[in-house]
Write a protein that binds this ligand. Structure first.
Ligand code: SAH
Length: 223
């Protein structure tokens, strides 16, 4: 199903994802149309598959980026504050920024400095990306995403782009009430995406979605 969505242009890829039901909402479609994946994926940019970006990281497949945005969408209103953990290429960070608009803020965090630099380098390839960085709408920081980014918490939405060994307490603590997190979690040899909802009264509800294969959310790999 997923592979059928590949295109030869950014518009073609996004249109195919929408046609195959992997993008459901007009808002997600528009936000993904505005970011040229070729600025973030070094090869096969318009294929619906993950691609290596160096440092044992990958840019996730477009249908996974779409699914993450759809899952978090009700918490990605204009003006929202978002944390993108394991920001890697910076692609999803840019899409999330389109969803929350100029009055919103998205912080991308990665633990590998060259990837933090790569994300900035990718964003400055477009005028829209440069404007987002200059205004502070998007910011990339280096840090251990397992601890979140307490300095600018709480967040309306947290996206985790790598598989966590557990449901890290610090992350749900940094959600607003209400707030929502998309997080792949390792379970034995499997990984499953969870949507974690923090309700208005502060209680936490976890919903298990589907099986995935993500890069682990871990210590910095030693070369
Ligand atoms: N959303 C990114 C996914 C990149 S792959 C994209 O689509 O481009 C997962 C990323 O998680 C890698 O960049 C990796 O460096 C990062 N990562 C892994 N463990 C981490 C940790 N403990 N803290 C922060 N980032 C981490």
């Amino acid at each position: 199903m997923a592979w059928r969505s590949s295109g030869t242009t950014n518009e073609g890829l996004i249109a195919n994802l929408a046609r195959n039901g992997l993008i459901e909402s007009a808002r997600v479609k528009e936000a993904m149309m505005k970011v040229d994946r070729a600025h973030y994926a070094p090869t096969h940019a318009y294929e619906d598959s993950p691609q290596p970006i160096g440092h044992r990281a990958t840019i996730s497949a477009p249908h996974m980026h779409a699914s993450a945005c759809e899952s978090l969408l009700s918490h990605l209103q204009p003006g929202a504050r978002v944390l993108d953990i394991g920001s890697g290429s910076g692609y999803l960070t840019a899409v999330l920024a389109n969803l929350v608009g100029p009055s919103g803020t998205v912080i991308g965090i990665d633990h590998i400095q060259p990837l933090v630099d790569m994300a900035v380098g990718n964003m400055v390839k477009s005028e829209a990306g440069r404007a987002m960085l200059n205004s502070g709408q998007v910011k990339f920081v280096k840090g251990d995403g397992r601890k979140g980014w307490a300095e600018e918490a709480p967040y309306d939405a947290i996206h985790v782009g790598a598989a966590a060994a557990e449901h890290h307490k610090e992350l749900s603590e940094q959600l607003k009430a209400p707030g929502r997190m998309f997080i792949p979690v390792e379970e034995g040899h499997m990984q499953h995406v969870y949507v974690v909802n923090k309700k208005e009264d502060g209680t936490i509800e976890k919903k298990k979605l589907y099986g995935v294969q993500y890069v682990p959310l871990t210590d910095v790999p030693s070369e």
